[in-house]
Ligand binder design. Sequence first.
Ligand code: IPD
Ligand code: CA
Length: 257
Amino acid sequence: MLSKIEKAVLKAGEHLLKGFHSTKDVHFKGKIDMVTQYDVEVEKILLEELSFMSPEYGFVAEETHKERSISKKNVYIDPIDGTTNFVHGFPFCCISVGVYDGDEGEYGIVYNPVMKELFKAERGHGAYLNGERISTSIKSNLSECLIATGFPYSVAENGCGDLTQILNVVLQNTRGIRRAGSAALDLCYTARGVFDGYYEYNLSPWDIAAGAVIAKEAGAAVFGNDGAGYDLYEKFIMAASPNISQQLFKIINKSDQ
Ligand code: IPD
Ligand code: CA
């Protein structure tokens, strides 16, 4: 199954790469929330190439199949995670495909064709970057850690709310924060130990489904709101090296109140 999904993702990745180097038609879903013809076209290729999985699997995809699926088994697709980066030519964007049986992540593939990085994982079989096994960092001192995060598009309309306070606390307790602009890749960079931890609010299931499987298989602790396990429809996700996950969770939650 994983290799069939990989084939589909590689094919769709050729189109993403073409788009990265081409002129794009940009439309706005919100004040700063963009979509291009390539988001829609890459999703179409993925849905066609993955159609062998239906009817057993439902499909939830950002551009054309947003609705929550009633199927037990589902494929979550983000055709381009990091659309703002894609539009601006910042090479941190990817295709993300996560396969779930209920709440359980079975497979995850995240592919950045611009940087030629393909992350993949199957439940119980570890996580890989371009065929090499990856694992999270083992740091246990939060002050030595590099943390990733992101912000919802709604900040442009509604402001930052508690996010600024949380940033303040994380900045004071770690070596720094990066906001690279793709939740799927942030999770994969946590999986490979580049980031020691990652947290974000208000994401959608297609942003995190694949990356969460990859992070977990690389040994990361992946949490939702309650600090135990995660739910794709929850409004908070955190992934971190198990040695710092509790410390990070605590400071984020304290500053959140
Ligand atoms: C976005 C990215 C970004 C995150 C945003 C997401 P998109 O997804 O994952 O890093 O901070 O909140 O919506 O729009 O590029 O698919
Ligand atoms: Ca997207």
